[in-house]
Design a binder for this molecule. Structure first.
Ligand SMILES: Nc1ncnc2c1ncn2[C@@H]1O[C@H](COP(=O)(O)OP(=O)(O)O)[C@@H](O)[C@H]1O
Ligand SMILES: O=c1ccn([C@@H]2O[C@H](COP(=O)(O)O)[C@@H](O)[C@H]2O)c(=O)[nH]1
Length: 211
């Protein structure tokens, strides 16, 4: 029987570079050692609502997520059991009909805006990171990404940012920085932080005789 897998939480504001950092860490190990779980995959299913109703959802509030399902999936992976991870479609604001079969691995990285907000989630984590990027940079990155990749217009990104994303960030996301073991400035291109994390994970895996 293997020792318990290592769980790493990566939080930070929208556009801070969480996904970029997490992917950079994962690439250094390969699919056989690490599994990446995006909190966004656990947005509640909204297929019972019309598209117009879905536009009114607050996607930056803790209640937008099915956190019970996320926790139960992490617990299954901790027992080396596979999960069927939901797939979220940002363009239609709901889950798609598919799921992705995810096999258990020795390292589990849970990444998302509010992964440090729920105490039960925090208690499952061995290492907690917060990617800390200035608000103006986050907004610019989100504008570029959401217009290119998530089917949004510039007006809709700016309106959502001012009315929802910014206030929710200040109320729910920013305060979770205090739970972080490590704060990573700027995210994606922070090679030093990524190298440090890779070394740390390698050490843990060696201690657990995974490597
Ligand atoms: N250091 C960086 N410099 C420039 N662009 C970046 C950097 N880090 C991330 N990005 C880009 O910004 C956007 C948001 O980054 P992403 O990693 O998806 O952030 P998050 O997961 O925190 O929302 C993406 O399009 C990504 O390619
Ligand atoms: O249907 C949706 C679901 C989510 N969002 C926004 O996405 C971000 C979280 O994703 P990041 O990759 O961390 O940016 C969140 O701020 C939501 O506002 C959405 O707009 N629509």
């Amino acid at each position: 029987m293997y020792p318990r897998p290592v769980v790493i939480g990566v939080a930070g504001g929208s556009g801070s570079g969480k996904t970029t950092v997490t992917k950079a860490i994962c690439e250094r190990f390969g699919e056989q050692s690490i599994v990446m779980i995006e909190q966004d995959a656990y947005y509640k299913d909204q297929s019972d609502k019309t598209f117009e109703e879905r536009l009114k959802t607050n996607y930056d509030h803790p209640l937008a997520f099915d956190t019970d399902l996320l926790i139960s999936h992490i617990e299954q992976l901790l027992q080396y059991k596979p999960i069927d991870k939901p797939v979220y479609d940002y363009k239609i604001h709901t889950r798609s009909k598919e799921v992705i079969r995810v096999e258990p691995r020795h390292v589990i990285i849970v990444e998302g805006i509010l992964v440090l907000e729920d105490e039960r989630l925090r208690n499952l984590m061995d290492i907690k990171l917060f990617v800390d990027t200035d608000a103006d940079i986050r907004l610019i990155r989100r504008l570029l990404r959401d217009t290119k990749e998530r089917g949004r217009t510039m007006d809709s990104v700016i309106n959502q940012y001012v009315s929802v994303v910014r206030p929710m960030h200040n109320q729910f996301i920013e305060p979770t920085k205090r739970y972080a073991d490590i704060i990573i400035p700027e995210g994606g291109q922070n090679r030093v932080a990524i190298d440090l994390m890779v070394t740390k994970i390698q050490t843990i895996l060696e201690q657990k005789s995974f490597l």
